[in-house]
Design a protein around this ligand. Structure first.
Ligand SMILES: [Zn+2]
Ligand SMILES: [Zn+2]
Length: 296
Protein backbone atom coordinates (compact mmCIF):
# COMPACT_ATOMS: atom_id res chain seq x y z
CA UNK A 1 0.00 0.00 0.00
CA UNK A 2 1.11 3.55 -0.63
CA UNK A 3 0.62 6.45 1.75
CA UNK A 4 0.92 9.99 0.36
CA UNK A 5 1.08 12.94 2.74
CA UNK A 6 -0.99 15.56 0.91
CA UNK A 7 -1.07 18.24 3.61
CA UNK A 8 1.18 18.34 6.67
CA UNK A 9 0.54 21.76 8.23
CA UNK A 10 -1.69 22.94 11.08
CA UNK A 11 -4.41 25.61 10.73
CA UNK A 12 -2.40 28.65 9.58
CA UNK A 13 -1.78 29.53 5.92
CA UNK A 14 1.57 28.26 4.72
CA UNK A 15 2.93 28.11 1.15
CA UNK A 16 4.92 24.99 1.99
CA UNK A 17 2.43 23.00 4.07
CA UNK A 18 -1.16 22.33 3.09
CA UNK A 19 -3.93 21.61 5.57
CA UNK A 20 -4.32 18.06 6.86
CA UNK A 21 -4.89 15.26 4.37
CA UNK A 22 -3.40 11.82 3.73
CA UNK A 23 -4.06 9.49 0.79
CA UNK A 24 -3.89 5.75 1.41
CA UNK A 25 -3.80 3.78 -1.84
CA UNK A 26 -4.54 0.06 -1.79
CA UNK A 27 -4.33 -1.49 -5.26
CA UNK A 28 -6.22 0.88 -7.55
CA UNK A 29 -8.37 2.41 -4.82
CA UNK A 30 -7.52 5.42 -2.68
CA UNK A 31 -8.92 6.51 0.68
CA UNK A 32 -8.49 9.97 2.17
CA UNK A 33 -7.82 10.61 5.82
CA UNK A 34 -9.00 14.22 6.28
CA UNK A 35 -9.62 16.63 3.44
CA UNK A 36 -8.05 19.96 4.38
CA UNK A 37 -7.78 22.75 1.82
CA UNK A 38 -5.61 21.88 -1.16
CA UNK A 39 -6.12 18.11 -0.78
CA UNK A 40 -7.65 17.59 -4.25
CA UNK A 41 -4.94 19.58 -5.99
CA UNK A 42 -2.27 17.67 -4.07
CA UNK A 43 -3.84 14.37 -5.20
CA UNK A 44 -3.38 15.40 -8.82
CA UNK A 45 0.16 16.55 -8.09
CA UNK A 46 0.84 13.11 -6.59
CA UNK A 47 -0.51 11.45 -9.77
CA UNK A 48 -3.53 10.07 -7.93
CA UNK A 49 -6.78 10.31 -9.91
CA UNK A 50 -9.36 11.91 -7.55
CA UNK A 51 -12.09 9.73 -9.10
CA UNK A 52 -10.34 6.67 -7.63
CA UNK A 53 -10.96 7.94 -4.08
CA UNK A 54 -13.67 5.68 -2.73
CA UNK A 55 -14.10 7.06 0.79
CA UNK A 56 -13.09 10.09 2.83
CA UNK A 57 -12.63 9.78 6.59
CA UNK A 58 -12.88 13.03 8.57
CA UNK A 59 -11.11 12.87 11.93
CA UNK A 60 -12.89 16.01 13.22
CA UNK A 61 -14.66 19.08 11.92
CA UNK A 62 -11.97 21.76 12.33
CA UNK A 63 -11.74 23.62 9.02
CA UNK A 64 -8.12 22.63 8.41
CA UNK A 65 -9.30 19.00 8.13
CA UNK A 66 -12.45 19.39 5.98
CA UNK A 67 -12.41 22.58 3.85
CA UNK A 68 -11.44 20.85 0.60
CA UNK A 69 -14.37 18.44 0.73
CA UNK A 70 -16.66 20.55 -1.53
CA UNK A 71 -13.78 21.03 -3.96
CA UNK A 72 -13.16 17.28 -3.95
CA UNK A 73 -16.83 16.47 -4.64
CA UNK A 74 -17.46 19.11 -7.33
CA UNK A 75 -14.14 18.35 -9.06
CA UNK A 76 -15.08 14.64 -9.11
CA UNK A 77 -18.47 15.53 -10.57
CA UNK A 78 -16.81 17.56 -13.32
CA UNK A 79 -14.38 14.68 -13.95
CA UNK A 80 -17.30 12.40 -14.84
CA UNK A 81 -17.13 10.22 -11.78
CA UNK A 82 -20.21 7.98 -11.72
CA UNK A 83 -20.50 7.05 -8.03
CA UNK A 84 -21.26 9.06 -4.89
CA UNK A 85 -18.17 9.29 -2.68
CA UNK A 86 -18.48 7.82 0.80
CA UNK A 87 -17.70 10.23 3.65
CA UNK A 88 -17.38 9.01 7.22
CA UNK A 89 -17.16 11.70 9.89
CA UNK A 90 -18.15 12.73 13.42
CA UNK A 91 -21.68 13.85 14.36
CA UNK A 92 -22.16 17.13 12.49
CA UNK A 93 -20.93 15.67 9.19
CA UNK A 94 -24.51 15.25 7.86
CA UNK A 95 -25.21 18.94 8.47
CA UNK A 96 -21.81 19.96 7.05
CA UNK A 97 -22.46 18.04 3.80
CA UNK A 98 -26.16 19.10 3.60
CA UNK A 99 -25.09 22.74 3.60
CA UNK A 100 -22.68 22.38 0.68
CA UNK A 101 -24.20 21.14 -2.55
CA UNK A 102 -27.53 21.38 -4.38
CA UNK A 103 -29.28 23.17 -1.49
CA UNK A 104 -26.22 24.76 0.02
CA UNK A 105 -23.25 27.05 -0.45
CA UNK A 106 -22.52 25.84 -4.00
CA UNK A 107 -26.16 25.76 -5.19
CA UNK A 108 -25.63 28.48 -7.80
CA UNK A 109 -22.47 26.90 -9.18
CA UNK A 110 -24.24 23.55 -9.45
CA UNK A 111 -27.39 25.10 -10.97
CA UNK A 112 -25.22 26.68 -13.67
CA UNK A 113 -23.12 23.61 -14.49
CA UNK A 114 -26.00 21.13 -14.36
CA UNK A 115 -27.53 22.81 -17.44
CA UNK A 116 -25.20 20.58 -19.47
CA UNK A 117 -26.78 17.14 -20.12
CA UNK A 118 -23.44 15.47 -19.36
CA UNK A 119 -23.45 16.93 -15.84
CA UNK A 120 -27.04 15.84 -15.22
CA UNK A 121 -26.09 12.21 -15.85
CA UNK A 122 -23.73 11.95 -12.87
CA UNK A 123 -25.43 14.33 -10.41
CA UNK A 124 -25.35 11.43 -7.94
CA UNK A 125 -21.75 12.46 -7.15
CA UNK A 126 -23.16 15.62 -5.51
CA UNK A 127 -25.03 13.49 -2.98
CA UNK A 128 -22.25 11.87 -0.94
CA UNK A 129 -22.98 8.72 1.03
CA UNK A 130 -22.56 10.17 4.55
CA UNK A 131 -21.89 7.77 7.40
CA UNK A 132 -21.43 8.74 11.03
CA UNK A 133 -18.27 7.89 12.90
CA UNK A 134 -18.65 6.29 16.33
CA UNK A 135 -16.07 4.43 18.41
CA UNK A 136 -15.47 0.93 17.00
CA UNK A 137 -15.48 -0.52 13.49
CA UNK A 138 -16.64 2.24 11.13
CA UNK A 139 -15.83 0.93 7.67
CA UNK A 140 -14.91 -2.27 5.90
CA UNK A 141 -14.58 -3.30 2.25
CA UNK A 142 -12.46 -5.74 0.24
CA UNK A 143 -9.37 -3.55 0.74
CA UNK A 144 -9.47 -2.01 4.19
CA UNK A 145 -10.95 -2.19 7.65
CA UNK A 146 -11.10 1.01 9.71
CA UNK A 147 -11.65 1.35 13.44
CA UNK A 148 -12.19 4.69 15.18
CA UNK A 149 -11.71 5.86 18.76
CA UNK A 150 -12.54 9.10 20.56
CA UNK A 151 -9.45 11.24 21.11
CA UNK A 152 -8.84 14.29 23.26
CA UNK A 153 -8.93 17.49 21.17
CA UNK A 154 -12.15 19.58 21.15
CA UNK A 155 -14.34 19.32 24.31
CA UNK A 156 -16.69 16.41 23.57
CA UNK A 157 -19.84 18.44 24.31
CA UNK A 158 -18.89 20.70 21.36
CA UNK A 159 -17.73 18.03 18.93
CA UNK A 160 -16.34 14.53 18.88
CA UNK A 161 -12.83 14.00 17.50
CA UNK A 162 -11.49 10.66 16.33
CA UNK A 163 -8.25 8.78 15.84
CA UNK A 164 -8.22 5.90 13.32
CA UNK A 165 -6.69 2.47 12.88
CA UNK A 166 -6.58 1.10 9.32
CA UNK A 167 -5.84 -2.49 8.43
CA UNK A 168 -4.96 -3.33 4.83
CA UNK A 169 -2.78 -5.93 3.10
CA UNK A 170 -1.82 -7.39 6.50
CA UNK A 171 -0.44 -4.05 7.73
CA UNK A 172 -1.73 -1.54 10.27
CA UNK A 173 -1.63 2.26 10.08
CA UNK A 174 -2.79 4.42 12.98
CA UNK A 175 -3.68 8.08 12.44
CA UNK A 176 -4.15 10.47 15.36
CA UNK A 177 -6.11 13.30 13.76
CA UNK A 178 -5.55 16.12 16.28
CA UNK A 179 -5.23 15.10 19.91
CA UNK A 180 -3.48 15.42 23.23
CA UNK A 181 -1.85 12.14 24.29
CA UNK A 182 -4.62 9.74 25.29
CA UNK A 183 -5.21 6.07 26.06
CA UNK A 184 -7.51 5.66 23.05
CA UNK A 185 -4.69 6.62 20.70
CA UNK A 186 -2.42 4.19 22.53
CA UNK A 187 -4.94 1.40 21.87
CA UNK A 188 -5.47 2.41 18.22
CA UNK A 189 -1.71 2.50 17.65
CA UNK A 190 -0.85 -0.75 19.45
CA UNK A 191 1.80 -2.71 17.45
CA UNK A 192 1.01 -0.68 14.31
CA UNK A 193 3.39 -0.85 11.36
CA UNK A 194 3.09 2.92 10.98
CA UNK A 195 1.86 5.59 13.37
CA UNK A 196 1.04 8.90 11.67
CA UNK A 197 0.68 11.29 14.59
CA UNK A 198 0.34 15.00 15.03
CA UNK A 199 3.16 16.93 16.72
CA UNK A 200 1.79 20.42 16.34
CA UNK A 201 4.24 22.39 18.48
CA UNK A 202 7.86 21.79 19.46
CA UNK A 203 8.66 21.71 23.18
CA UNK A 204 10.13 25.23 23.10
CA UNK A 205 6.90 26.68 21.70
CA UNK A 206 4.80 24.79 24.23
CA UNK A 207 6.84 26.30 27.05
CA UNK A 208 6.28 29.77 25.58
CA UNK A 209 2.58 29.15 25.07
CA UNK A 210 1.98 27.91 28.60
CA UNK A 211 3.75 31.00 30.00
CA UNK A 212 1.73 33.26 27.66
CA UNK A 213 -1.54 31.53 28.59
CA UNK A 214 -2.33 30.26 25.07
CA UNK A 215 -3.89 26.79 24.83
CA UNK A 216 -1.45 23.90 24.70
CA UNK A 217 -3.60 21.11 26.06
CA UNK A 218 -5.25 19.84 22.91
CA UNK A 219 -2.18 18.68 21.00
CA UNK A 220 0.73 16.27 21.47
CA UNK A 221 4.30 17.43 21.98
CA UNK A 222 7.20 15.61 20.27
CA UNK A 223 8.37 14.19 23.63
CA UNK A 224 4.87 12.93 24.37
CA UNK A 225 4.71 11.40 20.87
CA UNK A 226 7.95 9.50 21.53
CA UNK A 227 6.56 8.12 24.79
CA UNK A 228 3.31 7.07 23.12
CA UNK A 229 5.11 5.42 20.18
CA UNK A 230 7.33 3.47 22.59
CA UNK A 231 4.41 2.38 24.80
CA UNK A 232 2.31 1.37 21.77
CA UNK A 233 5.27 -0.59 20.36
CA UNK A 234 4.79 0.84 16.86
CA UNK A 235 7.24 -0.16 14.11
CA UNK A 236 7.65 3.35 12.66
CA UNK A 237 6.48 6.93 13.19
CA UNK A 238 5.64 9.81 10.86
CA UNK A 239 5.09 13.10 12.71
CA UNK A 240 2.82 15.63 10.99
CA UNK A 241 0.39 18.58 11.46
CA UNK A 242 3.26 20.97 12.11
CA UNK A 243 2.31 24.39 13.45
CA UNK A 244 4.37 26.32 10.87
CA UNK A 245 7.31 26.75 13.27
CA UNK A 246 9.72 25.60 10.55
CA UNK A 247 8.69 28.33 8.09
CA UNK A 248 11.07 30.97 6.80
CA UNK A 249 8.28 32.83 4.97
CA UNK A 250 7.91 36.40 6.24
CA UNK A 251 4.10 36.39 6.20
CA UNK A 252 3.80 32.98 7.85
CA UNK A 253 6.15 34.23 10.55
CA UNK A 254 3.95 37.29 11.06
CA UNK A 255 0.78 35.13 11.20
CA UNK A 256 2.43 32.75 13.66
CA UNK A 257 3.78 35.48 15.94
CA UNK A 258 0.91 35.12 18.43
CA UNK A 259 1.68 31.41 18.72
CA UNK A 260 5.41 31.54 19.34
CA UNK A 261 8.29 34.04 19.24
CA UNK A 262 9.26 34.59 15.61
CA UNK A 263 12.97 34.44 16.43
CA UNK A 264 12.41 30.89 17.67
CA UNK A 265 11.02 29.74 14.32
CA UNK A 266 12.97 28.06 11.53
CA UNK A 267 13.88 24.73 9.92
CA UNK A 268 16.47 24.08 12.66
CA UNK A 269 13.55 23.15 14.95
CA UNK A 270 13.10 20.00 12.86
CA UNK A 271 16.26 18.59 14.46
CA UNK A 272 14.97 19.45 17.93
CA UNK A 273 11.60 17.83 17.25
CA UNK A 274 13.26 14.65 15.95
CA UNK A 275 15.56 14.55 19.00
CA UNK A 276 12.59 15.06 21.35
CA UNK A 277 10.68 12.14 19.77
CA UNK A 278 13.85 10.05 20.03
CA UNK A 279 14.17 10.61 23.80
CA UNK A 280 11.75 7.72 24.33
CA UNK A 281 11.37 6.07 20.93
CA UNK A 282 14.25 4.45 19.04
CA UNK A 283 12.45 3.08 15.95
CA UNK A 284 12.43 4.75 12.52
CA UNK A 285 10.92 8.23 12.47
CA UNK A 286 10.19 10.71 9.70
CA UNK A 287 8.98 14.29 9.86
CA UNK A 288 6.31 14.68 7.21
CA UNK A 289 6.34 17.10 4.30
CA UNK A 290 3.72 17.62 1.60
CA UNK A 291 3.99 14.94 -1.12
CA UNK A 292 6.01 12.58 1.09
CA UNK A 293 5.32 9.00 -0.05
CA UNK A 294 5.60 5.96 2.22
CA UNK A 295 5.37 2.41 0.88
CA UNK A 296 4.20 -0.14 3.40
ZN1 LIG B 1 -5.74 20.56 12.82
ZN1 LIG C 1 -8.13 20.34 15.17
Amino acid sequence: MKITMLGTGAALLDPDRGHSSIAVTVGKTTYLLDCGSGASRQLVKANIDPTTVKAVFLSHLHFDHIADFPVFVIANWMADRQTAPIVVGPPGTVEFVDHLFEDGAFAIDIKARIQYPQRQKNAIVLRPDVRLMEPGLIYEDDNIRVTAGLVDHIPEEISKCFGLRLEAEGKVIAFSGDTAPCDTMLDLARDADLLIHEATFPEAAIEFRSKAGIGTFSHTSPRQLGVLAKKANVKSVVATHFGHWDSTNAIVRKLAAKHMPVEMMGPHLMDEVAADIREAYDGPIALAHDQMVIHL
